[in-house]
Design a protein around this ligand. Structure first.
Ligand SMILES: NC(=O)c1ccc[n+]([C@@H]2O[C@H](COP(=O)([O-])OP(=O)(O)OC[C@H]3O[C@@H](n4cnc5c(N)ncnc54)[C@H](O)[C@@H]3O)[C@@H](O)[C@H]2O)c1
Ligand SMILES: O=C(O)C(=O)C[C@@H](O)[C@H](O)[C@H](O)COP(=O)(O)O
Ligand SMILES: [Zn+2]
Length: 357
């Protein structure tokens, strides 16, 4: 497993065009390209179109939404790059949420075996998590991120102004990954999240909190780029969370990724108490808080087999065993926690019986 101590340059700015101009200058004229998605294109690109046109940058636009994080969309980007003469020394600028940065990062990292890409994340979730750390990928066969690569963007340009146009659901979806960062590494970060007023957002304060979250992500990425060990911390809540997300998708009642992670964290806090002695009083308080923000995905007993089956595809599994990342306490992780089917069913039953807030 390759470890890496290098990571992309992360730039916080309220003037993304200035930063972009400096990056574009590093590449040959005509060899810089732009990928975005429909909604971001409509809301934000009118402010960028003149700039990109003046730099001679061509754009490909993908339909918005998680169901477009798929092979056909990758092909669309590959074709665009191919038809416009992209080569190994080219740069692809990705502007969008996590769907787009995962997808276009994957397209860039595989086209001609990999060209540079730069992420400009436009959702909270992509600013604190998806655009950073080099996991790229697409969903395949009903499974989350089933095909992907590890390749870091050359830079990530974070501008909190983009967050002024995202809706409340997408804001709190991103918030779940921040809560995860607090739980796995930083009680201080968790405390600031508990008191942050996200009904009345102070964008300067938000930028600082985003920075704290990104620091947690960077720590694990820098120490274990290809997830051989401690990077699995960043997957807390995701073994169950991805199963909930896939189940909801196949039952035509999709949930946002961060919501699924919140449901997954509730389930895995239960397992954390049983397997690692996570304090019960704190577990109760956290679950109540999460239920209050995220509500519940209602599940039935007959869903348990399917959820378990989905978990058997988790990327942390080894030798047919389902491995969770669990917490002995806030800020401490225990990776590779193998749980048997019976215990997983107990956890699902615990989740099922919770009363929505
Ligand atoms: N690579 C990683 O490490 C990593 C980490 C976490 C999540 N992810 C992935 O990220 C994806 C979720 O990302 P997401 O939550 O950003 O979803 P998303 O990209 O689908 O964006 C959410 C919604 O917000 C819209 N949107 C984007 N920017 C906007 C803006 N500035 N204003 C208004 N609307 C805007 C989009 O069109 C979409 O409707 C999932 O596929 C998840 O698996 C990847
Ligand atoms: O960066 C990581 O490592 C993560 O696990 C971050 C997660 O929030 C993210 O959802 C990631 O895409 C999940 O990866 P996967 O390997 O479980 O598909
Ligand atoms: Zn996630």
């Amino acid at each position: 497993m390759g470890n890496s101590n290098i990571y992309s340059k992360i730039i916080y700015t309220r003037s993304p065009q200035t930063e972009l101009r400096a990056w574009i200058k590093k590449y040959e004229p005509g060899k810089v390209f732009l990928a975005t998605e429909k909604k971001v294109d409509e809301i934000w690109m009118p402010q960028f179109d003149d700039f990109f046109q003046s730099e001679g940058i061509k754009k490909v636009v993908i339909p918005a939404g998680e169901n477009n994080k798929k092979l056909e969309s990758v092909e669309k980007i590959w074709k665009f790059l191919s038809q416009n003469g992209a080569d190994r020394k080219s740069l692809l600028i990705n502007i969008g949420g996590g769907m787009l940065t995962d997808l276009a990062g994957f397209a860039a990292s595989t086209f001609k075996r990999g060209l540079d890409f730069l992420n400009v994340p436009t959702t909270l979730l992509s600013q604190v998590d998806a655009s950073v750390g080099g996991k790229t990928g697409i969903n395949f066969n009903g499974l989350k991120n089933e095909v992907g690569t590890f390749k870091e963007p050359v830079a990530v340009i974070i501008n909190t102004d983009f967050l002024k146009t995202i809706d409340r659901e997408n804001f709190i979806s991103g918030y779940a990954e921040m809560i995860k960062h607090g739980l796995i590494k930083s009680p201080e970060h968790l405390d600031e999240l508990k008191i942050f007023d996200f009904k009345n957002i102070d964008y300067n304060q938000l930028q600082e909190i985003i920075r704290h979250s990104v620091e947690v992500k960077k720590y694990f990425v820098a120490n274990d780029f290809q997830e051989g060990g401690i990077r699995k911390a960043l997957n807390f809540g995701h073994t169950a969370g991805h199963a909930f997300e896939s189940l909801a998708m196949e039952q035509n009642r999709p949930v946002l990724h961060g919501y699924a992670v919140a449901y997954g964290m509730i389930t895995e806090l239960f397992l954390s108490e049983i397997k690692c002695g996570f304090p019960l009083n704190e577990q109760n308080g956290l679950i109540e808080w999460l239920l209050n923000i995220y509500g519940k995905l209602e599940i039935e007993k007959f869903d348990f087999e399917r959820l378990f089956e989905l978990m058997t595809h988790d990327k942390k599994n080894e030798s047919g065993r389902i491995n969770f990342t669990l917490l002995p306490k806030i800020g401490e992780i225990a990776i590779n926690q193998n749980c048997e089917k019976e215990l997983i069913f107990d956890a699902l039953n615990f989740y099922k019986n919770l009363k929505p807030a």
